[in-house]
Design a protein around this ligand. Structure first.
Ligand code: SAM
Length: 272
């Protein structure tokens, strides 16, 4: 049985010379590590799925500009035996397969050797603490993150204990693997990095930034299908617009997310 990976070097993605029209696969290239860029390390059985959507639009431009960098670790490279097996049947029986502790352990160690500064190690998991904007803000202030994407029935529990891995959930439903949650987490963090959003797309006033949902938005035409834009928004009175938006935010949050509204109320009374 060969436990040695054929190559333990994680792969970097993105480079400044990339054309914005390139296919995601073309973003992938070995490149020098950018010492100061926010770094997402992703341990996955599907490295070719990255950067995927993250290679487009604002996150893609920021990747190309070196605001952040992406490194994938192909779990398969750490597989054991001729077939590079990464999983086995669950101890105690039951359906499905579980990612092996030794395979995961070697992949995590190799990946973490390349970690710089403060980079929390996270396993995306439906059992985890729910991901939210506050966590995105916190992670965006750090140097990056190492993300372990599970597959099949998940990962051997001993790995979570040994590396003291934080489990983070993208919601109360079960996906096939951790890759989409990893991309969601990275997207939410990268758009908060300085310079990623232009003035036109401020992260300050959007949903969840102040614990409330965002007010409704309108644009041209002034009338559509017999529906007009609320008059206050075309009044030019900035104070009234701000008050209307605040009121709408509060109404929407109260109606749609009583849990957020309750937390917001608690925070306001603490501050007041
Ligand atoms: C089919 S799931 C395993 C679910 C696991 N057996 C359970 O019941 O908790 C396979 C992998 O997908 C990822 N995953 C699935 N749903 C997720 C969610 N809601 N949030 C984050 N990751 C998720 C995790 O990495 C997980 O290890």
């Amino acid at each position: 049985m060969t436990d040695q990976p054929n190559s333990s070097a994680p792969r970097s993605h993105g480079r400044k010379t990339l054309r914005p029209t390139a296919q995601p696969q073309e973003l992938m290239t070995d490149r020098p590590v950018l010492a100061r860029a926010w770094t997402a390390q992703v341990i996955t059985l599907l490295p070719d799925a990255f950067p995927g959507l993250l290679g487009t639009s604002l996150t893609g431009k920021a990747l190309k500009d070196g605001v952040w960098q992406l490194e994938t670790t192909d779990l398969r490279r750490f597989g054991v035996g001729k077939h590079r097996n990464v999983d086995d049947t669950p101890a105690g029986g039951g359906a499905g397969m579980v990612l092996r502790a030794d395979v995961l352990g070697n992949a995590i160690e190799a990946t973490r050797r390349g970690a710089r500064g403060r980079m929390p190690l996270i396993h995306l998991s439906p059992r985890g603490v729910p991901f939210d904007q506050a966590m995105a803000q916190d992670l965006a202030r750090q140097d990056g993150v190492t993300l372990l994407c599970g597959r099949f029935e998940g990962v051997d529990e001993r790995v979570l204990e040994h590396f003291d891995i934080l489990e983070v959930s993208m919601g109360d439903y079960v996906l096939t693997g951790g890759e989409l949650p990893a991309m969601t987490l990275i997207d939410a963090c990268v758009r908060l990095l300085p310079g990623v959003l232009g003035n036109a797309e401020s992260a300050v006033e959007e949903s969840h930034s102040a614990g409330l949902l965002e007010h409704p938005q309108y644009t041209r035409p002034a009338e559509w299908q017999g529906r007009t834009i609320p008059e206050v928004l075309t009044s030019g009175d900035h104070a009234k617009v701000a008050a209307w938006r605040r009121d709408q935010s509060e109404r929407l949050t109260r109606a749609r997310r009583p849990d957020l509204w309750a937390r917001h109320g608690d925070k306001s009374s603490e501050q007041g």
